[in-house]
Design a protein around this ligand. Sequence first.
Ligand code: 3PG
Length: 306
Amino acid sequence: MKKVLVATVKPFAPAAVDGIREVLDKAGYEMVLLEKYNSPDEWKKVAADVDAMIIRSDKATADVIEAAENLKVIVRAGAGYDNVDLDACTKKGVVAMNTPGQNSNAVAELAFGMMLYHVRKGFDGTSGTELRGKKLGIHAYGNVGKFVADIAKGFGMDLYAFDPFVDNADMEKDGIKPLSSEKELYKTCDFVSLHIPANDKTKKSIGYDLLSVMPKNGVVVNTARKEVIDEEGLLKIMEERSDIGYLSDVAPDCREEIESKFPGRFVFTAKKMGAQTSEANINAGIAAATQIVNYLEKGDTTFQVN
Ligand code: 3PG
């Protein structure tokens, strides 16, 4: 009987675990559940004899991949796979996949939750501002960016995007004005919502140069990865300009400094929670389980990323 390990420090909603179990049961597979584990060693022990793994932001290092001696496929139930050592997977002949689009709406909704919380001053009873009529820049027009655009239309925002990998015509047909550079996006937009992956090119790529050209009261909304921000540049511009705001799903490493120096100009979640909804967990979890079954039974490598 094939064994699939669901290894999640941050557990899926119970309904998602039920859904994953149902898919695996149907295929005649055994599901092993390892939630809220305390160390990679705990994970490595349970991983030793499994054929497949489903993870979230869990760090699938070379160590973990090697310890999973029978591993054939690992699926990151979500979009970003910067937590998976792809070289280690490839070296071992393990297929790595993600489940693009499955949790995108949840992330997009959180971006607006943070924006509203910020412009309404944390609902503290004082007068805030509105989103309607403001310029929203979507930095990368992928799955999450598209949901962000849809929601923004309901708020009556004016939409812009920068994405060198998407045709301008595709953005235009969605009612979005494509801009030709990052700089132009940050210069034009009152809010910039980040949806770029974290990789060698993008890490620390959003810093002083871009933030300093934002209009008055410019706000960056980061539901992507904290690593794409150059925190030195962020601190510098927050120091120089008292109007700039930074909202982030997962606080930056310089959280304490921002919290002590710039009250009212940030919103940070307690824990990465863009995809923390039942719906997103169910969608991504079931997609991951289905992809595993399809790969192990039919060799289907859709969404392979290595
Ligand atoms: C993703 O890349 O899909 C999101 O960041 C979600 O991450 P999570 O599964 O750890 O919540």
